[in-house]
Design a protein around this ligand. Sequence first.
Ligand SMILES: [Mn+2]
Length: 294
Amino acid sequence: MNNTRQFDLWGIPFDGESTLGWPGSRYAPDRVRACARWINMRIQQGKVYCLETDSEIAVGDQLLTDRGDVKVIPNDTLKTFAATSSAVKSSIQQGRVPIMIGGDDSLLFPVAQGVHEALSGRIGIIHFDSHLDLMDESELQGRHSQSSGMRRSLELARIAPTDCIQVCERHFNFPASGKFKHDNDLMHLSAREVLKIGAEATVARILARVKQADHLFLSFDIDSVDPAYAPGAGAHEPGGISSDQALQMVEMLAPHCAAMAITEVNPTKDVGDMTSTLAAYLAFSFAVYGSQQQ
Ligand SMILES: [Mn+2]
C-alpha cells in the first residue's frame, strides 16, 4: 500500500494582504477542516469507494495528515511567507505532497517559492483564478498583496511563463497586466473558454502547455468557481465554472502535481459552509486521485 503518494494538509490563517475585496480568509483553515471530517471518515482499511467510477481506490491508511497551521504573523507578511515556504519545503523533502489551505491569494508566491526551493528543474504553475494576479507594485497594495502572487512567482529563477498557465480568468483587468502577459508569453484560458470546451479538453490544453516543466504546482483561488456555487470568496466574479467542473479538473490534474494551494475561501461570506465544503472536497479529491501516481 506504500506505493501511493501521501499528503499533508496545512492551514495558513492569514489575510493580511487582502488589500482589495473582502478579508476573512483567515477563518478558512478551521472551517475547511471541520467540513473535511465528514469526507475523511469514509476511508476504510485504506480504501475509499468512488461513486463516479463505481470502484474502490486504494489510498492507504495515511492519505492525508493534518500538519496544523503555519506560524502566521498577521503584522509581518514576509515572516508569514517564510513560514509558509518552510512548511511546503518540509513536506516535499519528506516525500509528501503539501496541500496548503489559505488564507488570501498573496500566499500563491510563498507556496511557489517553497516548491521552487525543494525541487530542482523547471517548475510550472497551473493557476486557477478569476484574476491575473500580475500587479507589479502599487501604492494601494504594495508588492506582495493578493494581486501580485503570480507576478512575484514568475521572478523565481526556474519558473518560466511558458511553463505556466492561468485558467478561469474573466472580465476586465489592467492593460499593463495584459501587456506583461503578451510580452512574456504567459497564457490563459478564460472561464468562458473553459465553459465552452469543458473540463476534459481544458485539462488536455493545460497539460500540453506545461509539458516541459519538471514539477507542477496547482494554485486554486476559489473565485475561479462561480459565486453561485462558491459565495464564500474574497470577491464575487460572475461567470465562473461550476463546482463539478472544478472537481473534475482538480482530479485529472492531481497525479501530475507536487503541491496544491486553495486560497480566498472566506467563511464570513459563505452560506451554510457550501464554499468551505467545496474546498474540503477539492483538497480530498486532489489527495485521492493524486495518490495513485508519480
Ligand atoms: Mn482571485
